[in-house]
Design a binder for this molecule. Structure first.
Ligand SMILES: *Cc1c(COP(=O)(O)O)cnc(C)c1O
Length: 393
C-alpha cells in the first residue's frame, strides 16, 4: 500500500479549510477589504455580505440572524456567555459546569472561583456521561448559569442537552452549551433544544481559525465581554473579521449539506478504525461509552505504553492523532477528561484520540491499521516488564 502524504486524524483539534471556503473568502482579502461600518458604498457593500454570512450560520443552528454574535473563537464565545450570565444577574454568583469541559470553560471557571464565585465542576460517570438526577441537585438558588458542553472533544461523548435544558427551564436557570464539537456532526437546532447561549468555532468546521460565534437567545439579557465599537449591535466590539465571517458562512452551508455524510460514511470509517484497533491489538480498550457519541471520534487506551511514544512513531509514519486535547498536549498532566472518568493516570497517559472528517478515506484508515500494531508492539517491548501486562482499570 502506498503511504498517503498526510494521514490526518486530528479533526477535533482543527480541520482542513474546505477549498470552497477558501474560494469564498479570498475576494474579501483581495478586493472587498472595506470596513462594513463605513458610510461610503465601498464599505457598505461589505456589510451586505456580512448579513448573508450571518444568515447562513444562523440557518446551521436554526437561529435568527440577530441572535448571532460573531466572536474571535470558541474560547471567547464560552468566556462571553459565562461573563454575561454573571454580569446580568448580580445577585447570583454560582456557576454549574462539568469536570470534562474544554479548558476554555474549566480555566475561566477556575479564575472565577479564585475571584470568589462558587463553581461546581460536576463529576461524570466512568462511561463519561452525567447522572442527571445528581446534576439537577447541584443547581442552587444562586446559580447564575449552567454551562455544559454538548459533545466532548476528547471522547466524543454526547451529553443530553435537551434534557439538561428541560431541567434548567424547570429550575429557572440560564443554560449555555459549548457546541463546538457538535456542529457539523450532529443536527443543531436551538429552537428544539431551548438553550439560552450556544458556542461554535469555525475552525472545527472546515473554516479558518480565529472566528467563532455565540448564539444569544432573543430576549435573554446580554452584556458584552469585548467592549469597544458598536459592532454586532453593541454586543461585541472590534471591527468585524469580514473574510473569516464570510468563510464561516460558506462552511456552515457546506456543513448542513454534508451532515448526512458525517452520520454514515464518517461513522463507518471511525467504526472500521476502532474495531480494527480493539480487535487487532491486545490490551486496548475504548475510553467512554460507545454511544451516545460523535460519529467521528474514538479514544483508545493502550495498556503499558505512553501516548507520547505512540504519537511520535505515528508522526514518523505521517499520521496525525493526539492525546487528549491539543491545548493540553505537551504538558505531562494526564487528560482531565479521562481522569474525571476515573481512569488511572497510567491509563490516561496511554490514551490516543483519533478524530475523523469527511476528507478521510478508507485507504487512510487501513494505513493506520497496518502500522499501529507494530508501533505498539515495539513500544511494549522496550517498556518495563510490569507495565507490559495488558491490564486496564
Ligand atoms: C476547540 C474547542 C474549543 C475552543 O475553540 P477555539 O476556537 O479554538 O477557541 C472550545 N470547546 C471545544 C469543545 C473545542 O473542541
Amino acid at each position: 500500500m502506498n503511504s498517503p502524504a498526510l494521514c490526518y486524524f486530528d479533526n477535533n483539534a482543527t480541520t482542513r479549510v474546505a477549498p470552497e471556503v477558501v474560494d469564498a473568502m479570498l475576494p474579501f482579502l483581495r478586493e472587498h477589504w472595506g470596513n462594513p461600518s463605513s458610510t461610503y458604498a465601498f464599505g457598505r457593500q461589505v456589510g451586505g455580505h456580512l448579513d448573508e454570512a450571518r444568515a447562513r450560520v444562523a440557518a446551521l443552528i436554526n437561529a435568527e440572524p440577530r441572535e448571532i454574535v460573531f466572536t474571535s473563537c470558541g474560547t471567547e464565545s464560552n468566556n462571553s456567555a459565562i461573563h454575561s450570565a454573571l454580569a446580568t444577574q448580580p445577585d447570583k454568583r454560582h456557576v454549574l459546569t462539568t469536570a470534562v469541559e474544554h479548558s476554555a470553560n474549566i480555566k475561566y471557571c477556575a479564575l472565577l472561583q479564585k475571584q470568589g464565585c462558587p463553581v461546581t465542576f460536576q463529576p461524570v460517570e466512568p462511561d463519561g456521561l452525567l447522572d442527571l438526577q445528581r446534576f439537577e441537585q447541584a443547581i442552587r438558588p444562586d446559580t447564575a448559569l449552567v454551562s455544559v458542553m454538548w459533545a466532548n472533544n476528547e471522547t466524543g461523548i454526547v451529553f443530553p442537552i435537551r434534557e439538561i435544558a428541560a431541567i434548567c427551564r424547570r429550575q429557572g436557570v440560564l443554560l449555555h452549551t459549548d457546541a463546538v464539537q457538535a456542529a457539523g456532526k450532529l443536527k443543531v437546532d436551538v429552537r428544539e433544544l431551548d438553550v439560552d447561549f450556544l458556542s461554535l468555532s469555525a475552525h472545527k468546521l472546515h473554516a479558518p481559525k480565529g472566528i467563532g460565534l455565540l448564539y444569544v437567545k432573543r430576549r435573554v439579557k446580554y452584556q458584552p465581554y469585548v467592549i469597544g465599537g458598536g459592532q454586532e449591535r453593541g454586543r461585541r466590539g472590534g471591527t468585524e473579521n469580514v473574510a473569516n465571517i464570510v468563510a464561516f458562512g460558506r462552511a456552515a452551508e457546506l456543513a448542513m449539506a454534508r451532515l448526512p455524510d458525517e452520520e454514515t460514511r464518517v461513522r463507518a470509517l471511525r467504526d472500521r478504525l476502532e474495531e480494527g484497533i480493539l480487535g487487532g491489538i491486545p490490551g486496548t480498550t475504548r475510553n467512554g461509552a460507545r454511544e451516545p457519541r460523535l460519529p467521528n471520534t474514538c479514544n483508545i487506551a493502550f495498556a503499558g505504553v505512553e501516548a507520547e511514544g505512540i504519537l511520535m512513531l505515528l508522526d514518523h509514519a505521517g499520521i496525525c492523532a493526539s492525546s487528549g486535547s491539543a491545548c493540553t498536549t505537551g504538558s505531562l498532566d494526564p487528560s482531565h477528561v479521562l481522569t474525571a472518568m476515573g481512569c488511572s493516570a497510567a491509563r490516561a497517559r496511554g490514551s490516543i484520540r483519533f478524530s475523523l472528517s469527511i476528507y478521510n478515506t478508507e485507504a487512510e484508515v487501513d494505513y493506520v491499521l497496518k502500522h499501529l500494531p507494530g508501533i505498539i508492539a515495539r513500544l511494549r517491548a522496550s517498556s518495563p516488564v510490569e507495565e507490559n501486562i495488558p491490564a486496564l482499570q
